[in-house]
Design a protein around this ligand. Structure first.
Ligand code: 4AD
Ligand code: MG
Length: 466
């Protein structure tokens, strides 16, 4: 008897006529007049369930098999045989079907064998992993994460685990969640009425990180090629289909590198991850193609084959101004590009991924390197056809005097960033990096409409359970 996953049972790696045990959750049951039940069992290891053929000669056929409904957990033993029926390669001719857990009330079990709306499934985030859609998303998410680590490892990067609790606002945008052990309603106060942070666990205000970048820069200026991959938090308006309050971010950082090196890295990186998902998640991608978004696989294939176009921000504004297309927001030098502008550039202007470079300094973060023109910084956004910005990055300001000037402009107090300034005082070198929101990547690869479906448990305003 060999215990096998459904994936192994179906993919031909187990010889026909082997005695196997498969375990999983029932998707559907169909009974034939001849006294045979066909039970589809999924264990999440692959997209398809396996068909278990259960004859009425089983001793518990009436007591158990005929009571099986969607969601019941079973252990099935029998012979793995080539299937006669179309649609599946192998099936199990059962000698034994053991039920581990029935479903309390099959009529109210939320995951019925039909197509549920994604909105409904968000209400049952603890059961939605049992659906085709969330099984597929979970496998793609895993495969992408593995590919990301593999890519960096092969390129000689080190993974650095940057802190989740921090005192620095890495983006300087004031979107941090506060972490505190003080009584929120009646915090201790100083004589002057201010909150007395010396009584707090950390003795000062602490927050959840918005980005690991500043911390990983320190490791970059010692180990040369590093990256973070971890959760980040933003108290911004996440009542959109593109924002989460808690999301995962990938942030590589390279030393002795400029913005061009950064763009090259982003290009190699995205292509590598897309290729891995296309190769390793073919059945899941086929499902997304059919059920989420037609053309999503072709979009990835084209992405992998194209070389990225590079356009200066200033030129991009000119291109947009000359465009025949009517935009909701008129493009204007000094303003950030809107998604409609980004999509026009990637889809209609060049028809492949675009890297826009050198943005006006006033719309970009304090740590970005000032260009010689005194008006722009060495920032880049990678724009992908079908979505717009997918990656944001920059060359970092490695000159202490310039960094101080920019921090002053942003109203940031140098005292809070002394350690970050030290990196510019002791052996500073040109360096660059970028950030990719992992869930934005999942949305793009799977053709999803809403980022809340790209993470197992979405954290959004008004979030209440799970
Ligand atoms: O553009 P952002 O704010 O850049 C940074 O955080 C830099 N420190 C990155 C770096 O250079 N190391 O965020 C980076 C990416 C965005 O491109 C987007 O994909 C994602 O993070 N992102 C979000 N994803 C989901 N929900 C949100 N609220 C997000 N905010 C940003
Ligand atoms: Mg950004």
């Amino acid at each position: 008897m060999q215990v096998v996953s459904v994936k192994k049972a179906l993919d031909g790696s187990v010889a026909p006529d082997t005695k196997v045990e498969v375990r999983g959750w029932v998707r559907t049951r169909r009974d034939s007049k001849a006294g045979i039940s066909f039970v589809n069992v999924s264990d999440g290891s692959t997209f398809d369930p396996i068909q278990v053929v259960a004859p009425n000669s089983l001793s518990n056929y009436e007591a158990d098999v005929l009571r099986l409904t969607a969601g019941c957990s079973v252990v099935c033993r029998g012979t793995l045989v080539k299937s006669q029926g179309k649609g599946q390669s192998f099936e199990v001719q059962a000698d034994e079907v053991r039920v581990l857990g029935f479903v309390d009330d099959p009529d109210t079990y939320p995951i019925q064998p039909k197509q549920h709306s994604l909105e409904f499934l968000r209400e049952v985030a603890h059961l939605r992993p049992r659906t085709n859609t969330f099984g597929a998303i979970t496998r793609v998410r895993h495969t992408a994460a593995q590919a990301i680590h593999r890519f960096f490892h092969e390129e000689g990067f080190f993974w650095v685990n940057t802190p989740i609790i921090t005192a620095s606002d890495a983006e300087g945008a004031g979107q941090m969640f506060r972490v505190s052990t003080l009584d929120a309603v009646n915090p201790p106060r100083t004589d002057t009425g201010k909150i007395d942070w010396s009584k707090d666990f950390f003795g000062k205000e602490a927050y959840l990180t918005v980005s690991g970048q500043l911390n990983v820069e320190a490791y970059c200026l010692a180990l040369s090629k590093v990256y973070t991959f971890g959760p980040t938090f933003r108290a911004e308006n996440s009542n959109t289909t593109r924002h989460l309050a808690e999301f995962w971010m990938i942030e590589p950082e390279i030393a002795f590198a400029d913005l061009n090196d950064d763009a090259n890295l982003a290009e190699r990186f995205l292509k590598y991850v897309f290729q891995a998902v296309l190769t390793e998640c073919a059945p899941d991608m086929k499902f997304f193609e059919e059920r989420q978004q037609k053309g999503v696989t072709e979009r990835l294939e084209k992405f992998i084959q194209s070389s990225f176009e590079r356009i200066d921000y200033t030129d991009a504004i000119e291109i947009l101004k000359k465009a025949k297309k009517k935009f909701e927001y008129a493009p204007e030098w000094g303003n950030d590009l809107q998604t409609e502008h980004e999509r026009y550039l990637a889809e209609e202007h060049v028809g492949r991924p675009v890297v826009v470079m050198n943005y006006p300094e006033q719309i970009k973060a304090f740590y970005m390197r000032m260009n010689d023109d005194g008006k722009t910084v060495a920032a880049m956004d990678v724009l992908a056809p079908g979505i717009g910005e997918i990656i944001g990055g920059s060359q970092r300001e490695e000159r202490l005097d310039r960094l101080d000037e920019r921090m002053k402009k942003f109203g940031l107090h140098p005292e809070g960033y002394q350690w970050f300034r030290d990196l510019r005082r002791y052996g500073s070198v040109p360096h660059a990096g970028f950030g990719l929101g992992f869930e934005r990547l999942i949305v793009y690869m799977c053709g999803l409409q809403n980022i809340r479906d790209a993470i197992p448990y979405p954290r959004v305003p008004g979030w209440a359970q799970f």
